[in-house]
Design a protein around this ligand. Structure first.
Ligand code: PLP
Length: 390
């Protein structure tokens, strides 16, 4: 390896090996975990790099550095959940600051934004960001922050980050992108003009469905510092053990994403051909309205998809009872495949009216496609589909 490669490793190398073999104490290859809540001062008025775990922790910082490098940001703050990461950005807004969010964002994001706005902490407006005129009209209200989620949850709508970020910046707004559905292995919003990237690390970054965590990466070092201080003020830091597990999960991010999206493509193609299925929403399909934008701004199409059953709610029940290898559960991004019914699960709190506006029907099912053998996944889906078309 030459010096340039050593100084500027590729993303796969950062993911697999950032912080490996850096332990000065014992030469441990796997970075050690620091659980201590407090740190000894070197002497009177002589704090070391770390003094108290709410404000900083070496294990958390190692994960933050790795994620910042992968996203191309100046630094990151690791939080206790994806919602805590979002709230770091939202909570430091002032009354009157307008946040522009997608009309079909993750249900928890909508709940948080509405709750903050209801209490007068900020104002919020939900808009179809793919509708150029509607987005332009909303920008005329001079938002402080534009929040983008692409692909959207659960309908996999894709918006053009570069175009939206350029328009938002011109209007004087900061831009944040929730990159949970793809991870930096597939999409890097900062290179497309975003100021912040938000993650529920619960999902692909950890990848093993055994941690709740979040991260916010900022492009500007001053913003990183401000977020770090704000995280200390409100106490939203993630636990060291969770950071350590997430760093361990991150080691296999790239091969996991590569394999899982191959499985997802096979599943999408299969569903598209099945008579029990009315619609399939996967940006990897040429028929998907966001396919061209996704091909340009993503390095793959990810492993999330959704579909509508032709038989409505009765078919949904029959499918869920009969499907195999897809566990009925919320969340996504793990090595195991999951199926969710957004209307009664992830997006239930949104309410019927907001779901109708976002186009989330009662016949919609969302799949998080895992690492299982493609043939087993197709066979498992066929069991469900056979039951509901009977
Ligand atoms: N953003 C997206 C796109 C999500 O899907 C989720 C959770 O499902 C979150 C944020 C919230 O993350 P967490 O559950 O880690 O708080």
């Amino acid at each position: 390896m030459n010096d340039v490669d050593r100084r500027d490793p590729r993303p796969q190398t950062i993911s697999a090996a950032y912080g490996v073999a850096t332990d000065a104490g014992f030469g441990a290859v796997a970075p050690p975990i620091y659980l201590s809540s407090t740190y000894e001062f070197a002497g009177y008025d002589q704090p070391r790099r770390y003094d108290y775990g709410r404000g900083g922790n070496p294990t958390r910082d190692l994960l933050g550095e790795a994620l910042a490098k992968l996203e191309g940001g100046a630094g990151a703050v690791i939080t206790a959940s994806g919602m805590a990461a979002l709230d770091l950005l939202v909570g430091r807004r002032r009354p009157g600051d307008l946040i522009l969010a997608p009309h079909d964002c993750y249900g928890g994001t909508m709940r948080l934004l509405k709750a903050r706005a209801d209490r007068g902490h900020c104002s919020v407006r939900f808009v179809d960001q793919a509708d150029e005129a509607a987005f332009g009209a909303a920008l005329a209200d001079v938002p402080a922050l534009v929040l983008i989620e692409t692909p959207s949850n659960p309908l996999m709508r894709v918006v053009d980050i570069e175009a939206l970020a350029a328009r938002a910046r011109k209007a004087g707004a900061e831009v944040a992108v929730d990159n949970t559905f793809l991870s930096p292995a597939i999409q890097r919003p900062i290179a497309l003009g975003a100021d912040y990237v938000i993650h529920s690390t619960t999902k692909y970054l950890n990848g093993h469905s055994d941690v709740i965590g979040g991260a916010i990466v900022a492009a500007d070092p001053a913003a990183v510092e401000e977020l770090r201080q704000w995280a200390n003020v409100v106490g939203s830091a993630g636990a060291p053990f969770d950071a350590w597990l997430t760093l361990r999960g991150l080691r296999s991010l790239f091969p996991r994403m590569e394999r899982q999206q191959i499985n997802a493509m096979a599943v999408a193609n299969h569903l598209q051909r099945h008579p029990a299925v009315a619609n399939v929403y996967y940006p990897g399909l040429a028929s998907h309205p966001g396919h061209l934008i996704a091909s340009r701004q993503q390095r793959g199409f990810g492993a999330m998809l959704s579909f509508e059953l032709a038989g409505g709610v009765p078919a949904v029940r029959q499918f869920i009872d009969a499907v195999e290898f897809f566990t009925l559960a919320e969340s996504l991004g793990g090595v195991e495949s999951l199926v969710a019914h957004p209307a009664t699960m992830t997006h239930a709190d949104m309410g019927e009216e907001a779901r109708a506006v976002a186009g989330i029907s009662d016949s919609l099912l969302r799949l998080s496609v895992g690492l299982e053998a493609e043939q087993d996944l197709i066979a498992g889906l066929n069991k469900g589909l056979a039951a509901c078309s009977a």
